[in-house]
Design a protein around this ligand. Sequence first.
Ligand code: NAD
Length: 361
Amino acid sequence: MAEYNIAVIPGDGIGPEIVAGARVVLDAVSRKYGHKFNYTELYMGGCAIDKFGVPLPDETVEVCKKSDAVLMGSIGGNTSTSPWYKLPPHLRPEAGLLGIRKALGLFANLRPCLLYPQLSGACPLKEEISAKGFDMLIMRELTGGLYFGERYTKEFDGVTTAVDTLSYNENEIRRIAIQAFEVAMKRRKKVSSVDKANVLDSSRLWRKIINEVAEDYPEVEVEHVLVDNAAMQLVRDPAQFDVMVTENMFGDILSDEASMITGSIGMLPSASLNESKLGLYEPSGGSAPDIAGKDIANPIATILSAAMLLRYSLDMKDEPDAIEAAVSKVLDLGYRTGDIMSDGMTKVGCKKMAELIAENI
Ligand code: NAD
């Protein structure tokens, strides 16, 4: 029996509920496929501040580093009312998330954007586009570019000027390019690299390195798309994309655009990977303090994040496919949590939704 160590960070708000849902499904996978998952629950975010006075205890970092993968719920509270947000920035919940990303060297953020035909009514695009459905993944570089470059505001000749620096070196580009092609090999084998090579030097280097890495993956089709065109194509014909890879700021913007066209934040998983197989898997949404503790949160994004964990960190195929098929089956059967509810469907809570998916593994 294969054994795996999974670090689990339930976090704050709906985090513990949605993570419990994902564990119910992982347990069903372990029973069916004969794996053993050893879970270690860890503190991070607001709950860690309350217990230890810091958002990221050393033990959390140490255990995550030694694990095969990390499954996370979400961290943070109501930013207007929670006392956590009266603390200095480096002691607030979000500092825990930035800290763990840094400690684990997570440089590639993966956000699949899939429109389930059963939920196509929630897609804000025209019906002729949404009816085709789409299943793409945006891979965003997470640790370089404009957000990490030198920045300052100075007066030059009496005029206040703000400067931000966008820089990438070839190694930073190569490692994310490799991840993009590796992920494409597990999907439909197409990479769309997004840049602004008609203007930016950093984009011209980006394009050169993507082409170099592409030579090692002859089975994968590669295309280069300018970022302005990519933003248009996402709403015109999202079905054309499989893996879209791009630098930090372009990815920040395009991944939000892509998640918007799927219609529901409660359905969107995400993963952040480092150079080894270690990854942190979490739903794209936050801790939703407005609905926490009421058993109404949608656990599907976290359950799909667990499927990504099996695929990308544990190199499994049938098991994540089974989770995704079970989600689709339960939607086919007409079960919905409140956020994706529509007429004629059966409304269920967070716990029940997870149990239904587990039963269909
Ligand atoms: P949010 O994503 O938590 O909530 C936005 C809206 O979406 C809310 O109405 C919420 O009820 C709903 N929602 C989110 N997830 C849902 C789910 N699974 N099922 C049903 N409905 C869901 O965003 P916010 O309100 O801006 O942020 C709340 C807190 O979460 C803040 O402290 C923020 O910093 C934190 N946050 C954490 C992460 C993370 O842990 N990675 C990410 C984003 C925000």
